[in-house]
Write a protein that binds this ligand. Structure first.
Ligand SMILES: Nc1ncnc2c1ncn2[C@@H]1O[C@H](COP(=O)(O)OP(=O)(O)O)[C@@H](O)[C@H]1O
Ligand SMILES: [Mg+2]
Length: 232
């Protein structure tokens, strides 16, 4: 992490909760998507990844979330992760907001804890009192906010956001950016680390640090402004 990024955040980090060491992965033999990729996430906050199409960003998220396993190297992750995809229709399953969030809650929670958590998650994403609302009546932006509420309800502390605003209009895009920035900067007992893949350079102004994915590796963390300068 650069001094600039540390300054941006105004704090120093001692604990690394996600560390990747020499990760290699090929979908097809001989075609390495990740090639001895090593990095660590400095701490809670909003961290953005940029890189060309096919540079391996989504593959990296699948590896971090454990959907696929690296063919070389080691991932150390002490955080529970939740994946949020481009298209919320790909992970919203049940007919109402509340019933969909029920699926995300940890199994062991009792009914009163469940209700409390659903109310809290909906409030955090600006969907207060929408528990009974049918999902098909939500706008694209509201659906994506519900997907974020699902990540919150799951008690995950590592949010893996794979181009979450790609299908949204500018107003909904900003609301998702604001919400994620806010929840990842809250100093609570349950701090959130958000990794966000984007190809929209203007989004980099919201992050605490950003890095470029290239040639199978993730580069160093810089401030969002520094990355914008490098890419323009
Ligand atoms: N499920 C898959 N099966 C085979 N190849 C894949 C699969 N997913 C991604 N790839 C290939 O891996 C490479 C990296 O893809 P991806 O991780 O999706 O990149 P990015 O998200 O940076 O656009 C691409 O060449 C892509 O075609
Ligand atoms: Mg992708």
């Amino acid at each position: 992490m650069t001094e600039q990024v540390k300054k941006t955040l105004g704090k120093t980090f001692s604990h690394k909760s996600l560390v990747l060491e020499d990760i290699s992965f090929a979908w097809k033999k001989g075609h390495c998507v990740l090639d001895k990729c090593s990095f660590s996430v400095p701490g809670p906050g909003l961290w953005m990844l940029v890189g060309g199409n096919g540079s391996g960003k989504s593959t990296l998220f699948r590896l971090i979330s454990g959907i696929i396993r690296p063919q070389g190297g080691h991932i150390s992750c002490s955080l529970k992760s939740a994946l949020v995809l481009q298209n919320p229709d790909h992970h919203l399953l049940l007919p109402s907001c509340g019933s969909d969030l029920q699926l995300s809650l940890p199994r062991e929670m009792n009914t009163s804890e469940r209700n409390k958590n659903i109310t809290f998650a909906l409030k955090q994403v600006g969907l207060t009192n929408m528990s009974d609302r049918p999902i098909h009546t939500l706008s694209g932006g509201q659906k994506q906010r519900l997907a974020l509420a699902g990540a919150l309800a799951s008690q995950a502390s590592l949010f893996l956001l794979d181009e979450p605003t790609a299908l949204l209009d500018p107003v909904s895009q900003r609301s998702i950016l604001e919400i994620v920035r806010q929840i990842s900067r809250k100093s609570t007992e349950h701090p959130i680390t958000a990794l966000w893949i984007t190809h929209r350079l203007e989004e980099l102004t919201y992050c605490d640090g950003a890095a470029i994915m290239d040639k199978g590796k993730l580069g160093k963390w810089f401030s969002g402004d520094q990355i914008i300068k490098k890419l323009t």
